[in-house]
Design a protein around this ligand. Structure first.
Ligand SMILES: *[C@@H]1O[C@H](CO)[C@@H](O)[C@H](O)[C@H]1NC(C)=O
Ligand SMILES: *[C@@H]1O[C@H](CO)[C@@H](O)[C@H](O)[C@H]1NC(C)=O
Length: 263
């Protein structure tokens, strides 16, 4: 929490430190878009890690999405520990050249395609967060601060129920004008399996950027917020309607994790 506050202050300080001229003389926001080399690196990494097609059918980045936990940036498949991801990440993104940043809104989403474990991800996608009606970061109150956007699904700390790593994926979608947030179609208090593509189609959303990282449950995580978060997630999973074999697989995964945590 303390670390998170510090990083929020750092973001606020960097916004204040931006010269006034730079923020007011440009009719379009800057920076705009994403460099072709960065866009193709994202495309290539999403494809080689199979985030395309396991999360999205394709990606052709139009904006540069930045995501970080504290000071540690989510890049393209770098590794995090569960202890590093108990608090909301901060994020920001550039604007699109053909869309007015003062009127175009965006939706940010975090999903896990590898739940409960990558060998049999029958809880794909596991939903970790949705915020909508976000303005690009050059506008007042972007969602890097607590005022920006509307939280639809609160952040659930990442709780991989496997030692094998999961590909946590961070996506930014452009909303159409008159966007209405589609229903989630999830059972009460559960976050999986979430049909991302159905949600995207119903909301007429356009994917404009993304990042992903990897996180499994390390053997060192035995106390504190991670343990609490995992126990919360396990309790929520009890409500899921599953086939008997899926329930058995989930119970086995939970038992292995509980053993690791000394529960
Ligand atoms: C996003 O935040 C990072 C870290 O504070 C900063 O370096 C970058 O310029 C920001 N990008 C935008 C588009 O605001
Ligand atoms: C969906 O969005 C696109 C552009 O964002 C727009 O051209 C199209 O008319 C929209 N369709 C519906 C059904 O809202």
């Amino acid at each position: 929490m303390y670390k998170y506050l510090l990083s929020a202050l750092a973001v606020a300080a960097s916004v204040i430190a931006t010269p006034i001229e730079e923020r007011t003389t440009t009719s379009t926001c800057s920076p705009v878009g994403i460099s072709p080399s960065k866009a193709s690196a994202i495309k290539a990494a999403f494809t080689s890690a199979k985030v395309v097609p396991d999360v999205v059918p394709s990606i052709d980045p139009k904006v540069d999405l930045y995501v970080a936990y504290g000071q540690k940036e989510v890049k393209l498949g770098n590794t995090f520990s569960a202890a590093e991801t108990t608090q909301d990440p901060v994020f920001n993104f550039t604007t699109e050249s053909d869309y007015d940043p003062s009127t175009t809104k965006y939706l940010f989403i975090i999903v896990d395609p590898d739940a409960p474990g990558p060998e049999d991800p029958f809880l794909r996608q596991f939903l970790h967060k949705i915020v909508y009606d976000i303005s690009p970061s050059c506008m007042p109150n972007p969602a890097t601060t607590t005022e920006g956007g509307t939280t639809f699904v609160m952040y659930a700390p990442l709780t991989p129920l496997s030692v094998a790593s999961h590909r946590y994926t961070y996506l930014i979608y452009r909303q159409p004008p008159n966007f209405v947030v589609p229903p989630l179609q999830l059972a009460e208090a559960t976050r999986a399996p979430f049909n991302l593509q159905q949600f995207v189609t119903e909301g007429n959303l356009t994917l404009v950027g993304g990042r992903f990282m990897r996180e499994g449950l390390g053997t060192t995580v035995t106390t504190g917020p991670v343990k609490d978060a995992i126990q919360k997630a396990e309790a929520a999973l009890a409500n899921l309607k599953l086939t008997p074999s899926q329930r058995a697989a989930l119970d086995k995964a939970i038992a292995a994790i509980n053993k690791l945590l000394g529960i």
